[in-house]
Design a protein around this ligand. Structure first.
Ligand code: SAM
Length: 369
């Protein structure tokens, strides 16, 4: 595998000594309670008050300030010590926030991931084994009886929707400014199909970027309704059209206008499908392309991450796709997507890396154009 340098360094070889390896194995064994302890420390504001204290805090002080029992404070804070969220100042014997605690409080990506994992994934991952064996999202059952999470998105409980969209938007939103430059400045785009356009966030940015841009959002019919409510009355919304479609249906076709679109945009979309389905969707897209049309695939490809924690998040997120989303898709690497693009009879023209939180854009054209 052609990994980016930091990943290659980290993932080539077995780099821990025996004691570190044993500790990591126990960290894994207690993974669920490590997660819940950290989440509760954040939710109850315990990490905040310790950070804001002048000189750290004792267990009794935390119990008093947060109105919890000394027993609860002791359990949480002793566990936090061993997890590495807190440390004891050797001079004062008081608990202080570690660097890891600081990231838990301040890193927006960590907060989004905690909410996503607690509200959307936590219970579903109990069914990961079944999902892997059957290629079906067995962990989705407790939310509803849909074949994939996408049919259920608009009817998920409010808090679950909030965390799902928070996760989805956090990653794509931060890449949109650079993506706009690539799609509209480096390439002359006037008409764009936004495939899997979701709530219309990208489409709104496209029409605001340039007064001549027209966007058609292709998404599941129930999602199009949500998008229309979300975009209604906003600047340029009259240049956004919705097109309800299930791209997994055999008869699915992109809308056919007099001229082919300049751009077909797929952001965080192809990761919702198996490789076989991706080939089929790209083949459908190909039918709608003209010589000058380019497909822009924006994905967080885990092998192209500059920083290892990002690759970690992405390979873990793959298992959300397994247990909750659809049972057959993942966060892909470059090789996988390149294979699908080739099988669909298309060609990679260029790959732009390092957008926002670690997105790449694969620009795709018809062969020999
Ligand atoms: C992960 S979201 C991506 C949203 C957005 N493009 C972004 O970058 O934030 C995937 C989108 O694909 C849509 N989708 C999933 N399965 C689909 C299907 N079979 N046909 C059409 N759209 C689908 C979902 O409704 C959802 O809006």
């Amino acid at each position: 595998m052609n990994l980016f340098p930091e990943l290659k360094k980290r993932y080539s070889g077995d780099n821990l000594n025996a004691r570190e390896a044993q500790r990591l194995a126990e960290f894994i064994a207690f993974g669920p309670v490590v997660f819940q302890t950290a989440r509760i420390l954040l939710k109850w504001g315990i990490l905040d008050i310790i950070r804001d204290s002048d000189n750290g805090m004792t267990i009794d002080e935390v119990a008093k300030h947060t109105n919890i029992s000394i027993y609860a404070a002791k359990c949480l804070m002793e566990a936090a010590l061993c997890i590495g969220i807190l440390f004891i100042d050797p001079e004062t014997d008081r608990f202080k926030i570690s660097k890891t605690g600081w990231f838990l409080i301040n890193d927006p990506a960590v907060r989004v991931n905690i909410d996503f994992n607690h509200d959307v994934n936590y219970e579903g991952w109990f069914h990961l084994e079944e999902s892997l064996k059957e290629g079906k999202p067995a962990g989705l059952k407790h939310f509803g009886d849909w074949p994939t999470v996408y049919e259920g998105l608009s009817s998920l409980p409010e808090q679950v929707q909030k965390s799902w969209f928070g996760f989805d938007h956090f990653y794509s939103d931060s890449s949109f400014p650079e993506a706009l430059e690539i799609v509209f400045k480096k390439n002359k785009t006037r008409s764009l199909y936004d495939v899997g356009g979701n709530t219309g966030k990208w489409a709104l940015q496209c029409v605001a970027y340039d007064n001549d841009v027209e966007v058609t959002i292709l998404d599941l019919p129930q999602q199009i309704k949500l998008m229309e409510t979300n975009t209604s009355g906003k600047e340029g919304a009259n240049r956004i059209k919705g097109y309800g479609i299930n791209l997994l249906e055999a008869s699915a076709k992109f809308p056919k206008n007099e001229t082919a679109p300049d751009a077909i945009w797929m952001s965080q979309f192809l990761d919702c499908f198996s490789m076989e389905e991706i080939v089929s969707i790209l083949s459908i897209a190909k039918e709608a392309m003209g010589d000058n049309t380019r497909i822009y695939i924006m994905e967080t490809l885990w092998d192209r991450q500059r920083f290892e924690p990002a690759a970690f998040c992405l390979t873990m997120t793959s298992l959300y796709f397994t247990a909750i989303a659809n049972g057959n898709s993942k966060m892909y690497n470059t090789e996988d997507l390149a294979e699908c693009i080739k099988k669909a009879g298309l060609e990679i023209e260029k790959i732009y890396d390092g957008l926002g939180q670690g997105h790449s854009i694969i620009k795709v054209k018809l062969i020999n154009q």
